[in-house]
Design a protein around this ligand. Structure first.
Ligand SMILES: [Ca+2]
Ligand SMILES: [Ca+2]
Length: 452
């Protein structure tokens, strides 16, 4: 094991020899704050607890991080992780303190308190366990940035906390023989070396951890919030890929991870030594598009109207705020409403050509629509006038039996009507052309003339 670790360490120390030059132009891209990281780590995991740790524990995690602070001397990243860990332990000394251990004292299936042997009056076990744990954790990571920028070596110190769910099983029963290990345990010579005892225990036991640890039937004994600290030393093999190693110590806040809570009152400490692979990435920013303006009303860009005002409605895409929109009539800014993406306004037209512009600007471009609306003001209609020209006075007396009645009528337009009565009788067979009205009237009494 030691040789393997030494080999790994040497390989890792030699990494800069194979790495590309870290002064590539690419690097400056990653020297801007705000990058994200994706990490994979895996390694060996064990508990420092009441039961001697054994080989075979391991852990792995996936992480997502983000750079939140960037200064020349120091970087700060946050990292969230999902982690699985397994730890195993196997003690080489007898544990007589099992009378309260409900897993081993006969409360359930196993009873190691009675060996029927004068040499072991109180009963004992060689403790072992397998702990499995799933965690979600958050880390704050402090990186020595000057070192990183100058040499490519990445030294991180970090701390955090994880919420963990775990369970622990012990192997004190050989299912294939329906037997516990009492006879075998009594035969182990504890004066021998630790490695000999380990060998004897491993030959004696099967590989299955079949019995749930004491107290784990209580759901609350499966959970803990665990703080931890750690360090990582890595090398930036490329500007966006770092390979490193690290170690982390976790204060589990619980004593039952090793299924042994009666030896000492201390909490079980977790240790995780790992290889870490980390990639930097930046989400591709959504490409911003230049503004787009579609005018829905009026439906023509250029027209002539007799209406003195106009409602304008448009859709403006790719702008976020009203500040990015302008609206003018003959160069003068006009009020409008903009609730993304809807634009609306109302304009009072002046007689003649009105040049109306709707424009929008964003960081990548601009757009403008021009409306040319000519307002023809209808002439104000005057009240018609009637002036008799023959007779020129309204109360004329004459001896003649016939009169050619003439009048000058102004401001009569197409569609208007002339009301003409003679002695109360409506008459329509008059002559009218270009303001001149005339009719021959046979006289008897007076004449009335009305128009409208
Ligand atoms: Ca077993
Ligand atoms: Ca413990």
């Amino acid at each position: 094991m030691k040789a393997r670790l030494t080999f790994l360490f040497l390989c890792w120390m030699a990494m800069p020899l194979f790495a590309q030059n870290s002064d590539t132009p690419q690097r400056s891209y990653w020297d801007k704050p705000g990058w994200y990281t994706f990490g994979l780590s895996g390694g060996t995991n064990f508990l420092q607890s009441d039961v001697r740790a054994a080989w075979g524990g391991w852990g792995a995690n996936l992480s997502l991080g983000k750079n939140i602070w960037y200064t020349k001397p120091l970087l700060v990243n946050l990292r969230a992780k999902l982690e699985y860990q397994k730890a195993v332990g196997s003690d080489v000394v007898r544990d007589y303190n099992i009378l309260k251990n409900t897993t081993l004292n006969g409360t359930h299936n196993l009873n190691y308190t009675n060996y029927n042997s004068p040499t072991t009056p109180n009963g004992f076990v060689f403790q072992n366990f397998q702990n499995q744990m799933g965690s979600f954790g958050l880390d704050a990571i402090f990186t020595m940035n000057r070192l990183r920028e100058r040499t490519g070596w990445v030294l991180n110190f970090y701390g955090g906390a994880q919420i963990s769910y775990y369970e622990t099983y012990i192997n004190q029963y050989k299912e294939s023989e329906n037997a516990d290990y009492k006879i075998g345990y009594a035969a182990i010579d504890t004066s021998k070396s630790k490695s000999d005892i380990c060998k004897s225990l491993s030959e004696l036991r099967d590989k299955t951890y079949e019995t749930e640890g004491s107290g784990f039937d209580n759901a609350s004994n499966h959970w803990s919030l665990m703080p931890y600290v750690g360090f990582e030393l890595g090398y930036e093999l490329t500007p966006k890929f770092t390979l490193g190693i690290g170690h982390r110590v976790t204060w589990t806040q619980k004593d039952n991870l090793d299924a042994s809570t009666f030896e000492k009152s201390n909490q079980d400490l977790g240790h995780y030594s790992f290889l870490n692979l980390e990639w930097k990435f930046r989400p591709t920013p959504k490409q911003e598009l230049p503004p787009e303006i579609m005018v829905h009303q009026p439906t023509m860009e250029e027209y002539t109207t007799k209406e003195p005002d106009v409602d304008i409605q448009a859709t403006i895409k790719n702008v976020k705020k009203a500040k990015q929109v302008y609206f003018t009539q003959d160069g003068n800014a006009q009020a409008f409403e903009f609730y993304r993406p809807k634009f609306a306004s109302h304009i009072i037209l002046h007689p003649g050509l009105n040049v109306i512009k709707i424009g929008a600007v964003n960081t990548v471009g601009s757009a403008e629509k021009t409306l040319r609306i000519t307002y023809n003001e209808p002439k104000a209609e005057k009240k018609p006038t009637v002036r008799f020209t023959n007779p020129s006075i309204s109360d004329k007396k004459t001896q003649e039996g016939e009169l050619v009645l003439k009048a000058d009528i102004t401001d009569i337009y197409k569609g208007d009507k002339i009301f003409y009565y003679v002695n109360g009788q409506f008459k329509s067979d008059y002559f009218f052309k270009k303001n001149e009205f005339s009719d021959g009237v046979g006289l008897r009494e007076g004449v009335q003339f009305l128009q409208n």
